[in-house]
Write a protein that binds this ligand. Sequence first.
Ligand code: C2E
Ligand code: CA
Ligand code: CA
Length: 394
Amino acid sequence: MHNSTINILVLDDEPFMHKLLARMLKNLGYASVSACDNGYAALELIDHPSDYPDLILLDINMPEMDGLEFVRRLAERCYIGSLILVSGEDERMHQAAEKLARAHKITVLGHLHKPASPQGLDDLIGKWAAPLRHKPRAKNKVYGADELRAAIANGELVNYYQPKVRTDNGHVVGVETLVRWHHPRDGIVFPDQFIGVAEAHGLIDDLTRAVLAGAFAQAKLWQESGLLLQVAVNLSMDNLGALSFLDEVVGLAAHADVPPQRIILEVTESRLMEDLRTPLEILARLRLKRFRLSIDDFGIGTSSLAQLRDLPFDELKIDQSFVHGACTNEKLRAMFDYSLGLAKQLGMEVVAEGVEDQADWDFVRKAGCDTAQGYFIARPMPAADLPAWIRSWQ
Ligand code: C2E
Ligand code: CA
Ligand code: CA
Protein backbone atom coordinates (compact mmCIF):
# COMPACT_ATOMS: atom_id res chain seq x y z
CA MET A 1 0.00 0.00 0.00
CA HIS A 2 1.39 3.39 -0.92
CA ASN A 3 1.14 6.04 1.78
CA SER A 4 -1.11 8.30 -0.29
CA THR A 5 -3.87 5.66 -0.31
CA ILE A 6 -4.10 5.16 3.44
CA ASN A 7 -7.29 5.88 5.36
CA ILE A 8 -6.74 8.86 7.63
CA LEU A 9 -9.06 9.81 10.44
CA VAL A 10 -9.01 13.26 12.03
CA LEU A 11 -10.36 13.10 15.59
CA ASP A 12 -10.82 16.60 17.00
CA ASP A 13 -13.71 18.26 18.79
CA GLU A 14 -13.34 21.46 16.73
CA PRO A 15 -14.96 21.30 13.28
CA PHE A 16 -12.61 24.08 12.22
CA MET A 17 -9.67 21.71 12.67
CA HIS A 18 -11.39 19.09 10.51
CA LYS A 19 -11.54 21.52 7.63
CA LEU A 20 -8.03 22.78 8.14
CA LEU A 21 -6.38 19.36 8.40
CA ALA A 22 -8.51 17.82 5.66
CA ARG A 23 -7.47 20.58 3.27
CA MET A 24 -3.84 20.25 4.25
CA LEU A 25 -3.95 16.48 3.75
CA LYS A 26 -5.64 16.85 0.39
CA ASN A 27 -2.95 19.27 -0.76
CA LEU A 28 -0.34 16.77 0.34
CA GLY A 29 -2.00 14.12 -1.81
CA TYR A 30 -3.93 12.14 0.79
CA ALA A 31 -7.40 11.56 -0.61
CA SER A 32 -9.01 9.26 1.90
CA VAL A 33 -9.69 11.42 4.93
CA SER A 34 -12.59 11.26 7.36
CA ALA A 35 -13.31 13.18 10.55
CA CYS A 36 -15.02 12.66 13.89
CA ASP A 37 -15.66 15.19 16.64
CA ASN A 38 -15.76 12.68 19.50
CA GLY A 39 -14.13 9.44 20.56
CA TYR A 40 -17.30 7.33 20.53
CA ALA A 41 -17.91 8.01 16.86
CA ALA A 42 -14.28 7.22 16.10
CA LEU A 43 -14.43 3.90 17.91
CA GLU A 44 -17.42 2.91 15.79
CA LEU A 45 -15.29 3.37 12.69
CA ILE A 46 -12.63 1.16 14.18
CA ASP A 47 -15.20 -1.54 14.77
CA HIS A 48 -16.09 -1.55 11.07
CA PRO A 49 -13.42 -3.16 8.93
CA SER A 50 -14.31 -1.16 5.81
CA ASP A 51 -13.77 2.18 7.59
CA TYR A 52 -10.74 1.08 9.58
CA PRO A 53 -8.33 4.04 9.78
CA ASP A 54 -4.67 3.30 9.03
CA LEU A 55 -3.71 6.53 10.72
CA ILE A 56 -5.45 8.72 13.29
CA LEU A 57 -4.61 12.37 13.87
CA LEU A 58 -5.67 12.58 17.49
CA ASP A 59 -6.44 15.69 19.48
CA ILE A 60 -5.37 15.01 23.06
CA ASN A 61 -7.63 17.58 24.62
CA MET A 62 -11.31 16.89 23.95
CA PRO A 63 -14.40 17.18 26.17
CA GLU A 64 -16.10 13.93 27.21
CA MET A 65 -13.63 11.25 26.08
CA ASP A 66 -10.19 12.86 26.04
CA GLY A 67 -7.34 11.64 23.87
CA LEU A 68 -5.70 9.57 26.58
CA GLU A 69 -8.87 7.65 27.32
CA PHE A 70 -9.29 7.16 23.60
CA VAL A 71 -5.80 5.65 23.44
CA ARG A 72 -6.73 3.13 26.11
CA ARG A 73 -9.88 2.17 24.22
CA LEU A 74 -7.85 1.78 21.02
CA ALA A 75 -5.55 -0.56 22.88
CA GLU A 76 -8.53 -2.58 24.14
CA ARG A 77 -9.48 -3.05 20.48
CA CYS A 78 -5.88 -4.03 19.61
CA TYR A 79 -5.72 -1.15 17.11
CA ILE A 80 -2.94 -1.89 14.62
CA GLY A 81 -2.82 1.44 12.78
CA SER A 82 -0.69 4.46 13.72
CA LEU A 83 -1.26 7.66 15.65
CA ILE A 84 -0.12 11.24 15.32
CA LEU A 85 -0.93 13.40 18.33
CA VAL A 86 -2.09 16.94 17.62
CA SER A 87 -2.88 19.51 20.29
CA GLY A 88 -2.10 22.82 21.86
CA GLU A 89 -0.65 21.11 24.93
CA ASP A 90 2.99 21.62 25.85
CA GLU A 91 5.90 19.42 24.80
CA ARG A 92 6.08 17.39 27.99
CA MET A 93 2.39 16.62 27.85
CA HIS A 94 2.83 15.38 24.29
CA GLN A 95 5.75 13.23 25.34
CA ALA A 96 3.76 11.72 28.20
CA ALA A 97 0.89 10.96 25.84
CA GLU A 98 3.27 9.34 23.35
CA LYS A 99 4.80 7.27 26.09
CA LEU A 100 1.37 6.10 27.22
CA ALA A 101 0.35 5.10 23.71
CA ARG A 102 3.59 3.20 23.19
CA ALA A 103 3.16 1.47 26.53
CA HIS A 104 -0.13 0.21 25.07
CA LYS A 105 1.89 -1.08 22.09
CA ILE A 106 0.33 1.42 19.68
CA THR A 107 2.53 2.86 16.96
CA VAL A 108 3.01 6.63 17.38
CA LEU A 109 4.58 8.48 14.47
CA GLY A 110 5.04 11.67 16.50
CA HIS A 111 3.21 14.74 17.67
CA LEU A 112 2.35 18.15 16.29
CA HIS A 113 1.61 21.38 18.06
CA LYS A 114 -1.37 23.35 16.83
CA PRO A 115 -1.33 24.99 14.42
CA ALA A 116 0.33 22.15 12.52
CA SER A 117 2.36 23.00 9.45
CA PRO A 118 1.90 21.05 6.21
CA GLN A 119 5.61 20.19 6.20
CA GLY A 120 5.54 18.83 9.75
CA LEU A 121 2.47 16.79 8.96
CA ASP A 122 3.96 15.40 5.77
CA ASP A 123 7.20 14.43 7.52
CA LEU A 124 5.33 12.43 10.15
CA ILE A 125 2.99 10.70 7.71
CA GLY A 126 6.08 9.80 5.70
CA LYS A 127 7.05 7.53 8.58
CA TRP A 128 3.90 5.49 8.19
CA ALA A 129 4.42 1.83 7.39
CA ALA A 130 1.90 -0.94 6.87
CA PRO A 131 1.36 -2.75 10.17
CA LEU A 132 2.52 -6.28 10.75
CA ARG A 133 -0.83 -7.93 11.12
CA HIS A 134 0.69 -11.16 12.27
CA LYS A 135 3.30 -10.59 14.89
CA PRO A 136 5.79 -13.47 15.10
CA ARG A 137 4.13 -16.21 17.06
CA ALA A 138 6.98 -16.77 19.48
CA LYS A 139 7.26 -13.11 20.43
CA ASN A 140 5.05 -13.31 23.49
CA LYS A 141 5.55 -16.93 24.30
CA VAL A 142 6.34 -17.75 27.89
CA TYR A 143 8.93 -20.44 28.27
CA GLY A 144 8.88 -22.95 31.10
CA ALA A 145 11.70 -23.63 33.52
CA ASP A 146 12.16 -27.24 32.37
CA GLU A 147 12.53 -26.24 28.75
CA LEU A 148 15.07 -23.57 29.66
CA ARG A 149 17.00 -25.91 31.94
CA ALA A 150 17.30 -28.40 29.10
CA ALA A 151 18.33 -25.65 26.68
CA ILE A 152 21.18 -24.56 28.94
CA ALA A 153 22.33 -28.16 29.36
CA ASN A 154 22.13 -28.81 25.60
CA GLY A 155 24.08 -25.73 24.66
CA GLU A 156 21.17 -24.04 22.88
CA LEU A 157 22.16 -20.67 24.37
CA VAL A 158 24.49 -18.82 22.05
CA ASN A 159 26.46 -15.66 22.74
CA TYR A 160 26.10 -12.75 20.34
CA TYR A 161 28.48 -9.81 20.51
CA GLN A 162 27.74 -6.15 19.93
CA PRO A 163 30.70 -3.88 19.14
CA LYS A 164 31.55 -0.85 21.24
CA VAL A 165 33.53 1.90 19.54
CA ARG A 166 35.37 5.00 20.63
CA THR A 167 33.54 8.14 19.60
CA ASP A 168 36.65 10.21 18.87
CA ASN A 169 38.37 7.90 16.39
CA GLY A 170 35.90 5.09 15.75
CA HIS A 171 38.23 2.35 17.00
CA VAL A 172 36.53 -0.85 18.11
CA VAL A 173 37.49 -1.23 21.76
CA GLY A 174 35.33 -4.11 22.82
CA VAL A 175 32.09 -6.01 22.65
CA GLU A 176 29.12 -6.67 24.89
CA THR A 177 28.03 -10.27 25.18
CA LEU A 178 24.28 -10.70 24.65
CA VAL A 179 22.83 -14.14 24.97
CA ARG A 180 20.32 -15.64 22.50
CA TRP A 181 18.48 -18.92 22.59
CA HIS A 182 18.64 -20.84 19.33
CA HIS A 183 15.35 -22.57 19.89
CA PRO A 184 14.83 -25.73 17.84
CA ARG A 185 11.26 -24.71 16.86
CA ASP A 186 10.91 -20.97 17.52
CA GLY A 187 14.20 -19.80 16.04
CA ILE A 188 16.12 -17.04 17.79
CA VAL A 189 14.61 -16.14 21.15
CA PHE A 190 15.74 -12.91 22.85
CA PRO A 191 16.88 -12.65 26.47
CA ASP A 192 13.89 -10.59 27.62
CA GLN A 193 11.88 -13.77 27.15
CA PHE A 194 13.98 -16.06 29.31
CA ILE A 195 16.31 -14.19 31.72
CA GLY A 196 13.35 -13.53 34.04
CA VAL A 197 12.40 -17.21 33.88
CA ALA A 198 15.96 -18.17 34.77
CA GLU A 199 15.97 -15.77 37.71
CA ALA A 200 12.61 -16.96 38.99
CA HIS A 201 13.51 -20.65 38.85
CA GLY A 202 17.04 -20.73 40.19
CA LEU A 203 18.61 -21.24 36.75
CA ILE A 204 20.41 -17.93 36.46
CA ASP A 205 23.71 -19.20 37.89
CA ASP A 206 23.81 -21.99 35.31
CA LEU A 207 22.92 -19.55 32.57
CA THR A 208 25.52 -16.97 33.57
CA ARG A 209 28.18 -19.67 33.91
CA ALA A 210 27.50 -20.80 30.34
CA VAL A 211 27.61 -17.23 29.03
CA LEU A 212 30.82 -16.40 30.92
CA ALA A 213 32.58 -19.58 29.80
CA GLY A 214 31.64 -18.92 26.17
CA ALA A 215 32.64 -15.26 26.31
CA PHE A 216 35.99 -15.94 27.97
CA ALA A 217 36.85 -18.71 25.51
CA GLN A 218 35.95 -16.35 22.67
CA ALA A 219 38.04 -13.54 24.17
CA LYS A 220 41.00 -15.92 24.20
CA LEU A 221 40.45 -16.86 20.54
CA TRP A 222 40.28 -13.20 19.52
CA GLN A 223 43.38 -12.48 21.56
CA GLU A 224 45.27 -15.27 19.78
CA SER A 225 44.25 -13.87 16.42
CA GLY A 226 45.59 -10.45 17.42
CA LEU A 227 42.24 -8.84 18.29
CA LEU A 228 42.56 -7.27 21.71
CA LEU A 229 38.99 -6.64 22.73
CA GLN A 230 37.40 -5.87 26.06
CA VAL A 231 34.61 -8.35 26.57
CA ALA A 232 31.61 -7.29 28.65
CA VAL A 233 29.16 -9.75 30.19
CA ASN A 234 25.84 -8.98 31.88
CA LEU A 235 25.38 -10.22 35.43
CA SER A 236 22.08 -10.59 37.18
CA MET A 237 21.77 -9.34 40.76
CA ASP A 238 20.63 -12.88 41.55
CA ASN A 239 24.13 -14.09 40.65
CA LEU A 240 25.49 -12.06 43.52
CA GLY A 241 23.69 -13.82 46.34
CA ALA A 242 26.39 -16.34 47.27
CA LEU A 243 30.13 -15.82 47.65
CA SER A 244 30.86 -18.96 45.62
CA PHE A 245 30.04 -16.91 42.50
CA LEU A 246 33.20 -14.90 43.03
CA ASP A 247 35.40 -17.99 42.89
CA GLU A 248 33.58 -19.21 39.82
CA VAL A 249 34.22 -16.05 37.84
CA VAL A 250 37.86 -15.99 38.88
CA GLY A 251 38.21 -19.70 38.08
CA LEU A 252 36.59 -19.40 34.64
CA ALA A 253 38.82 -16.49 33.64
CA ALA A 254 41.94 -18.30 34.83
CA HIS A 255 40.89 -21.47 33.01
CA ALA A 256 40.39 -19.53 29.76
CA ASP A 257 43.64 -17.65 30.38
CA VAL A 258 42.11 -14.21 29.92
CA PRO A 259 43.38 -11.33 32.08
CA PRO A 260 40.67 -9.80 34.30
CA GLN A 261 41.51 -6.32 32.98
CA ARG A 262 39.99 -7.36 29.68
CA ILE A 263 36.69 -8.39 31.23
CA ILE A 264 33.88 -6.01 32.08
CA LEU A 265 31.09 -7.14 34.35
CA GLU A 266 27.89 -5.19 33.73
CA VAL A 267 25.55 -4.91 36.67
CA THR A 268 22.09 -3.49 36.78
CA GLU A 269 19.82 -3.31 39.79
CA SER A 270 16.43 -4.14 38.38
CA ARG A 271 14.75 -4.52 41.74
CA LEU A 272 15.39 -3.46 45.28
CA MET A 273 17.90 -5.70 47.03
CA GLU A 274 17.21 -6.18 50.70
CA ASP A 275 20.60 -7.29 51.84
CA LEU A 276 23.45 -5.73 49.94
CA ARG A 277 26.29 -7.20 51.97
CA THR A 278 27.03 -10.21 49.77
CA PRO A 279 26.65 -8.41 46.39
CA LEU A 280 28.85 -5.59 47.64
CA GLU A 281 31.53 -7.97 48.81
CA ILE A 282 31.52 -9.98 45.59
CA LEU A 283 31.72 -6.93 43.33
CA ALA A 284 34.32 -5.13 45.43
CA ARG A 285 36.52 -8.21 45.53
CA LEU A 286 36.17 -8.80 41.79
CA ARG A 287 37.34 -5.23 41.34
CA LEU A 288 40.30 -5.89 43.65
CA LYS A 289 41.24 -8.76 41.35
CA ARG A 290 41.16 -6.21 38.50
CA PHE A 291 37.94 -7.19 36.78
CA ARG A 292 36.26 -4.05 35.51
CA LEU A 293 32.81 -3.11 36.77
CA SER A 294 30.19 -1.30 34.76
CA ILE A 295 26.90 0.15 35.96
CA ASP A 296 24.38 -0.74 33.28
CA ASP A 297 21.15 1.04 32.27
CA PHE A 298 22.14 4.06 34.31
CA GLY A 299 19.14 6.15 35.29
CA ILE A 300 16.67 3.26 35.05
CA GLY A 301 15.44 1.04 37.86
CA THR A 302 15.77 1.44 41.56
CA SER A 303 18.83 3.06 43.04
CA SER A 304 21.43 4.02 40.51
CA LEU A 305 22.89 6.82 42.59
CA ALA A 306 23.13 4.64 45.68
CA GLN A 307 24.93 2.00 43.62
CA LEU A 308 27.36 4.60 42.35
CA ARG A 309 27.96 5.73 45.89
CA ASP A 310 28.63 2.24 47.18
CA LEU A 311 30.60 0.49 44.46
CA PRO A 312 33.86 1.17 42.65
CA PHE A 313 32.55 1.20 39.10
CA ASP A 314 34.97 1.81 36.22
CA GLU A 315 32.32 2.50 33.61
CA LEU A 316 28.84 3.94 33.36
CA LYS A 317 26.42 3.01 30.58
CA ILE A 318 23.85 5.69 29.92
CA ASP A 319 20.60 3.90 29.21
CA GLN A 320 19.40 3.95 25.62
CA SER A 321 16.19 5.71 26.61
CA PHE A 322 18.26 8.82 27.40
CA VAL A 323 20.42 8.57 24.29
CA HIS A 324 18.29 7.93 21.23
CA GLY A 325 16.68 11.24 20.26
CA ALA A 326 18.48 13.26 22.94
CA CYS A 327 19.75 15.69 20.32
CA THR A 328 16.25 17.00 19.63
CA ASN A 329 14.58 16.37 22.98
CA GLU A 330 15.50 18.84 25.70
CA LYS A 331 14.28 16.66 28.53
CA LEU A 332 16.39 13.70 27.41
CA ARG A 333 19.37 15.93 26.83
CA ALA A 334 19.19 17.27 30.38
CA MET A 335 19.22 13.73 31.74
CA PHE A 336 21.96 12.65 29.37
CA ASP A 337 24.16 15.61 30.34
CA TYR A 338 23.55 14.97 33.99
CA SER A 339 24.62 11.30 33.74
CA LEU A 340 27.65 12.16 31.64
CA GLY A 341 28.78 14.92 33.99
CA LEU A 342 28.36 12.72 37.01
CA ALA A 343 30.41 9.90 35.51
CA LYS A 344 33.16 12.25 34.36
CA GLN A 345 33.37 13.85 37.76
CA LEU A 346 33.80 10.39 39.28
CA GLY A 347 36.51 9.56 36.75
CA MET A 348 34.56 6.84 34.98
CA GLU A 349 34.43 5.81 31.35
CA VAL A 350 31.07 6.63 29.77
CA VAL A 351 29.27 4.48 27.22
CA ALA A 352 26.22 5.70 25.34
CA GLU A 353 23.84 2.84 24.58
CA GLY A 354 21.19 2.88 21.86
CA VAL A 355 22.98 5.01 19.27
CA GLU A 356 20.49 4.32 16.51
CA ASP A 357 21.09 6.93 13.84
CA GLN A 358 23.49 9.53 12.52
CA ALA A 359 21.97 12.25 14.71
CA ASP A 360 22.54 10.16 17.86
CA TRP A 361 26.11 9.43 16.78
CA ASP A 362 26.93 13.09 16.10
CA PHE A 363 25.35 14.01 19.41
CA VAL A 364 27.31 11.55 21.59
CA ARG A 365 30.55 12.46 19.84
CA LYS A 366 30.03 16.13 20.48
CA ALA A 367 28.92 15.54 24.05
CA GLY A 368 32.25 13.86 24.81
CA CYS A 369 31.06 10.35 25.57
CA ASP A 370 34.01 7.92 25.47
CA THR A 371 32.39 5.02 23.67
CA ALA A 372 29.15 4.21 21.94
CA GLN A 373 27.09 1.18 21.16
CA GLY A 374 23.97 0.78 19.07
CA TYR A 375 22.31 -0.25 15.84
CA PHE A 376 23.88 2.69 13.98
CA ILE A 377 27.27 1.09 14.60
CA ALA A 378 26.31 -2.57 14.52
CA ARG A 379 23.71 -5.02 15.74
CA PRO A 380 24.73 -7.87 18.02
CA MET A 381 26.25 -10.63 15.87
CA PRO A 382 27.68 -14.14 16.17
CA ALA A 383 31.39 -14.21 17.03
CA ALA A 384 32.28 -15.52 13.58
CA ASP A 385 30.93 -12.36 11.90
CA LEU A 386 32.97 -9.93 13.97
CA PRO A 387 36.33 -9.90 12.11
CA ALA A 388 34.62 -9.16 8.77
CA TRP A 389 32.49 -6.46 10.36
CA ILE A 390 35.57 -4.79 11.87
CA ARG A 391 37.24 -4.74 8.43
CA SER A 392 34.20 -3.11 6.85
CA TRP A 393 33.83 -0.61 9.70
CA GLN A 394 37.41 0.55 9.32
P1 C2E B 1 21.20 -4.52 27.98
O1 C2E B 1 22.29 -5.07 28.83
O2 C2E B 1 20.81 -3.13 28.24
O3 C2E B 1 21.65 -4.75 26.49
C1 C2E B 1 21.38 -3.87 25.45
C2 C2E B 1 20.15 -4.29 24.67
O4 C2E B 1 19.85 -3.26 23.74
C3 C2E B 1 20.35 -5.55 23.85
O5 C2E B 1 19.10 -6.23 23.75
C4 C2E B 1 20.75 -4.98 22.49
O6 C2E B 1 20.50 -5.86 21.41
C5 C2E B 1 19.85 -3.79 22.42
N1 C2E B 1 20.39 -2.73 21.56
C6 C2E B 1 21.65 -2.55 21.13
N2 C2E B 1 21.76 -1.44 20.36
C7 C2E B 1 20.52 -0.91 20.30
C8 C2E B 1 19.97 0.25 19.64
O7 C2E B 1 20.65 1.02 18.95
N3 C2E B 1 18.65 0.47 19.80
C9 C2E B 1 17.86 -0.36 20.56
N4 C2E B 1 16.58 -0.06 20.66
N5 C2E B 1 18.34 -1.46 21.20
C10 C2E B 1 19.66 -1.72 21.07
P2 C2E B 1 18.99 -7.79 24.00
O8 C2E B 1 20.16 -8.50 23.43
O9 C2E B 1 17.62 -8.19 23.57
O10 C2E B 1 19.12 -7.91 25.56
C11 C2E B 1 18.14 -7.38 26.43
C12 C2E B 1 18.60 -7.42 27.85
O11 C2E B 1 18.72 -8.77 28.31
C13 C2E B 1 19.98 -6.81 28.08
O12 C2E B 1 19.86 -5.42 28.16
C14 C2E B 1 20.38 -7.47 29.38
O13 C2E B 1 19.80 -6.78 30.47
C15 C2E B 1 19.73 -8.83 29.28
N6 C2E B 1 20.76 -9.82 28.90
C16 C2E B 1 21.28 -10.10 27.70
N7 C2E B 1 22.18 -11.07 27.79
C17 C2E B 1 22.26 -11.41 29.11
C18 C2E B 1 23.04 -12.36 29.86
O14 C2E B 1 23.89 -13.10 29.33
N8 C2E B 1 22.82 -12.41 31.21
C19 C2E B 1 21.92 -11.60 31.82
N9 C2E B 1 21.77 -11.72 33.16
N10 C2E B 1 21.18 -10.70 31.16
C20 C2E B 1 21.35 -10.60 29.81
CA1 CA C 1 24.28 -4.58 29.35
CA1 CA D 1 21.56 -1.29 28.95
